[in-house]
Design a protein around this ligand. Structure first.
Ligand code: NAD
Ligand code: TDX
Length: 321
């Protein structure tokens, strides 16, 4: 049985990966449990995994936890763009220094395979067409700059030291258990309570959406078949403006369109992201969750899991950015 260390495994995407893997692998989760980490996300597999609370930027802890694993997958990150605009210090610490500490620990432990999970945002905005994996990095936000820094460190460990690490970069994930600061869960939970939803700028920014389960299947495929030192894109199957996405959410929730509040734009707001996924498809990847189905199921999940998200809501429910 594979022994897999999943860092950031109590967050949205990391916990999905752990729940997917747990029946077929011996899984250790290492997570700092920041505001975004939630042990409830691991409840269905709690008895089948080892959980360590700790920081990927702590080399002493990593020296104890990393050895003995066949695979290390790093989902741990500060992940929200708006928070990085307010204060980027935790982003630099976790997303850059943390990745460096983890790569070093994997090198020292002789880990046979490592995957660094990253994002389409490292390339910055693309008005048309799609980025290939060798496109130059031009991140716009402190979040994406810190992710680009982590990616480059990971790839440098591959080139300099021969560390068998792959980098995956995916589009916007959606699905159950996403912290209600991100667009879809923020809008769904607010609409469920009849509260206005803050649409940034003119709402014409475009994102490429992928169900978190498809993202995790792609990460595992790269873990098994990816070429060390390479980057793999994980594109979404639905490209939508925020305005169109908001309209779909209003329909699914049978909510009044007057609840959409146009608020000032996010600083440095990227217009569009798009990834070319040919390299991943060549490994055998195909998405399984059609966007319409996945979105409807996600809305239903939030409707039926109020006890998961209600305690996580910001203190000022009417605050719009
Ligand atoms: P999330 O914010 O839901 O979860 C992040 C997890 O990392 C939390 O459990 C948190 O406690 C943990 N963590 C934070 N700092 C840590 C540290 N120093 N040490 C150990 N654990 C720490 O994030 P997510 O949406 O699940 O994203 C997971 C990864 O996927 C991130 O690397 C993110 O950049 C990437 N990604 C996410 C998306 C998306 O749309 N959600 C898209 C592309 C890439
Ligand atoms: O209240 C909002 N109103 C709004 O109009 C929020 C939270 C967002 N938006 C807009 C900004 C973006 O154009 O919606 C779009 C999506 O925003 P987020 O959910 O914050 O995601 P994004 O900034 O695109 O980044 C996400 O995808 C890539 C994740 O948060 C990152 O972790 C991932 O790397």
């Amino acid at each position: 049985m594979r022994r897999v260390l999943v860092t950031g495994g109590a967050g949205f995407a990391g916990s999905q990966y752990v729940r997917m893997l747990a029946p077929h692998a011996r899984v250790t989760v290492l997570d700092k449990l920041t505001y975004a980490g939630n042990p409830a996300n691991l409840a269905p597999v709690r008895d089948r995994i080892d959980f360590v609370r700790g920081d990927i930027a702590d080399p002493g802890l990593l020296a104890r936890v990393v050895p003995g694993h066949d695979l290390v997958v790093n989902f741990a990150a500060e992940s929200h763009v708006d928070r990085s605009i307010d204060d980027a210090s935790a982003f630099a610490r976790t997303n850059v220094l943390g990745v460096q500490a983890l790569m070093r620990a994997c090198l020292d432990a002789g880990t046979p395979k490592v995957v660094q999970v990253s994002t389409d945002e490292v390339y910055g905005s693309i008005p048309e067409g799609s980025w290939a994996e060798d496109a130059p990095l031009a991140p716009s936000s402190p979040y994406s700059a810190s992710k680009a820094g982590g990616d480059l460190i990971a790839l440098a460990y591959a080139r300099t030291h021969g560390l068998p690490v792959c980098v995956t970069r995916s589009g916007n994930n959606y699905g159950p258990r996403q912290y209600p600061e991100k667009l879809i869960p923020r809008f769904v939970t607010r609409l469920l309570d009849g509260l206005p939803v803050p649409l940034y700028g003119d709402g014409r920014n475009v994102r490429e959406w992928i169900h978190v389960a498809d993202h995790c299947r792609a990460v595992d495929l790269v873990a098994e078949r990816g070429e060390p030192g390479e980057v793999y894109h994980v594109p979404g199957d639905a490209e939508l403006t925020n305005l169109d996405l908001t309209r779909r959410l209003l329909e699914l929730l049978d909510a009044d369109p007057s609840l959409v509040e146009h608020v000032p734009d996010r600083k440095g707001h990227d217009l569009r992201y798009s990834l070319n996924g040919d390299r991943l498809r060549a490994l055998g990847y195909a998405p399984r969750v059609p966007f319409d189905e996945g979105l409807a199921e996600t809305v239903t999940w939030y409707r039926t899991h109020r006890s998961w998200w209600e305690p996580l809501r910001p203190a000022e429910p009417n605050a719009a950015r």
